[in-house]
Design a protein around this ligand. Structure first.
Ligand SMILES: Nc1ncnc2c1ncn2[C@@H]1O[C@H](COP(=O)(O)OP(=O)(O)O)[C@@H](O)[C@H]1O
Ligand SMILES: O=C(CO)[C@@H](O)[C@H](O)COP(=O)(O)O
Length: 485
């Protein structure tokens, strides 16, 4: 049996997979994201550590002796600064953190040729921009740290004592040359950032180490269990969903949302609005539209309105599409695709006396769906036409929400037969790593089976009007525009 662990932004998921692809056990355990200052988003690695053990123990149950290998998937872009042993020196700074916005000019001053090979728009919350912030604002920790790690690489270090990363997470740091497939030494040197704390890069399916005695006690698994490198969450989900061929498209809704399509070449976005990352498989890349505020914005709206998830749906779908003039812009942590604007913030616009809690909630769902439509359009503008979307992530489970997404995105949606698709991708990587599967193509035969979840219904004109309204509002909220005034 193979164990996949996904260290998400809001929770850790563990999936125990039989080598024939049957899910034997699945569990998750959540932790908070803290915002101690406006624009910050941090988590405590200690919370991750406890949640991983809890979800692994539940998913594995009494099969511990049958686990043959373990592999990892995780939220991308963040930074965990640690000492030699992997002990964190401060809270982890996450992808949703926009404190590094002011450092982006440093990136923009790099030579165009260096910037192009990073393959990505320059945005806040990436390891590179966050490290520039840390150099300026926390110089002692910046100097002391032995390792600057991606979240799942931190977890693997704590479990095995070995330090490594792999291409899919390294390519999301803004410190990676996506064309030559290595750390972007020229960019790192031109930015005058430290390079000695970056881990070696090994393939996603390589054995990265073996479970230590203390880790084995923590997780309830065998000492010496093989630990495979793993992959970034979207890359792992692509493998878990069998998304290896160019032309297929996956929509993940977790804390953030990502719409991706695989590439067999490192093709850059001519408009510079989407990301280009390395896939979990050799010689594979994918283009990614990144929307910062999906589950995160719904969770926020639901929280301040005091609604359970069940009430979210009964209330929200009791009011008409378009919310009788109310629009929600979900930009609580700025936006990446398509606006690339870390400074913009969210809003409810058009409030009237007739609006109720139900309108506020429905408009939040519609606003998130509209932000995905803008991201989807930016992805298609890189040069292809999608015919269906494969869903992944914990934010894609409810039927009325899937119908709204299908109506807004105007495309059929397919769900996979398992919820934890990233953890499934990680488990498949574990199988490739120990030779149970010959390669990714072989493993992807066991990927989740897609089933039709929703097709676009006749679109309500009020929903189309709301979409037009939505698009007109970003320029009015954007501080970028204010600067020009
Ligand atoms: N019933 C639901 N409808 C819509 N979104 C949901 C629902 N339940 C949970 N979510 C959202 O899904 C997100 C969790 O998905 P998950 O894939 O576990 O995220 P992550 O990997 O970022 O931790 C949360 O942000 C939450 O708001
Ligand atoms: O930001 C990106 C991709 O660019 C995400 O892949 C993050 O890693 C967040 O993932 P979730 O925790 O929201 O699933």
């Amino acid at each position: 049996m193979l164990l996949g662990i996904d260290l998400g932004t809001g929770s850790a998921k563990a999936l125990l997979l039989a080598t024939d692809g049957t899910a034997i056990g699945e569990a998750s355990s959540s932790y908070p994201v803290h915002a101690p200052h406006p624009g910050w988003a941090e988590s405590e690695p200690r919370d991750w550590w406890l949640a991983v053990a809890s979800s692994v123990r539940k998913a594995v149950g009494n099969h511990a002796d049958r686990v043959q290998a373990i592999a990892f998937s995780g939220q991308m872009h963040g930074v965990v600064l640690t000492d030699e042993s992997g002990e964190p020196l401060r809270s982890a700074i996450l992808w949703a953190d926009t404190r590094s916005s002011a450092t982006l000019n440093t990136y923009h001053s790099l030579d165009a040729a260096i910037l192009e090979r990073l393959g990505n728009p320059i945005t806040a919350g990436m390891a590179g921009s966050t490290l520039l912030w840390l150099r300026e604002h926390e110089p002692t920790i910046y100097a002391q740290a032995r390792w600057a790690l991606q979240p799942k690489d931190w977890l693997r270090l704590r479990l095995t004592g070995e330090v490594a990363t792999e291409p899919s997470d390294a390519s999301g740091t803004l410190l990676y040359d996506v064309v030559s497939d290595n750390w972007a030494w020229d960019a790192i040197s031109a930015l005058n950032l430290r390079w000695d704390w970056l881990p070696k890069i090994i393939p996603s399916s390589a054995i990265a180490g073996y479970l230590t005695a203390s880790a084995s006690e923590h997780l309830g698994l065998r000492v010496g269990l093989r630990a495979i490198a793993g992959a970034a969450d979207t890359a792992a989900a692509a493998l878990g969903n069998g998304l290896l061929e160019p032309g297929l498209v996956q929509l993940t809704i977790g804390t953030g949302a990502q719409i991706i399509t695989p590439r067999s070449q490192p093709i850059l976005d001519p408009h510079g609005r989407t990301h280009l990352y390395r896939a979990a498989v050799p010689n594979g890349w994918y283009t990614l539209a990144a929307m910062q505020n999906a589950g995160l914005a719904l969770e926020w709206a639901r929280g301040i309105l005091g609604l359970s998830w069940e009430q979210v749906y009964t209330k929200a779908f009791s009011v008409p599409p378009g919310c009788e003039g109310l629009t929600f812009l979900p930009y609580l942590t700025g936006e990446r695709t398509p606006h690339l604007d870390p400074y913009v913030r969210g809003a409810w616009v058009g409030l009237g006396l007739h609006h109720t809690q139900a309108h506020l909630m429905r408009s939040a769902l519609e606003g998130v769906a509209f932000s995905l439509r803008q991201g989807f359009e930016a992805l298609e503008a890189t040069g292809f036409k999608a015919t269906q979307l494969r869903l992944a992530g914990g934010g894609t489970v409810e039927m009325p929400w899937k119908q709204l997404l299908s109506d807004v995105l105007k495309i059929p949606l397919y769900t996979s037969t398992v919820a934890a698709v990233s953890a499934r991708g990680a488990a498949l990587l574990a199988g490739i790593g120990i030779g149970v599967y010959a390669d990714a193509n072989d493993a992807s035969k066991l990927a989740a089976t897609p089933t039709l979840a929703a097709t676009p219904q006749s679109i309500d004109s009020a929903l189309e009007e709301a979409w037009i309204r939505y698009q007109s509002l970003y320029p009015r909220l954007s501080k970028k525009l204010d600067y020009k005034k």
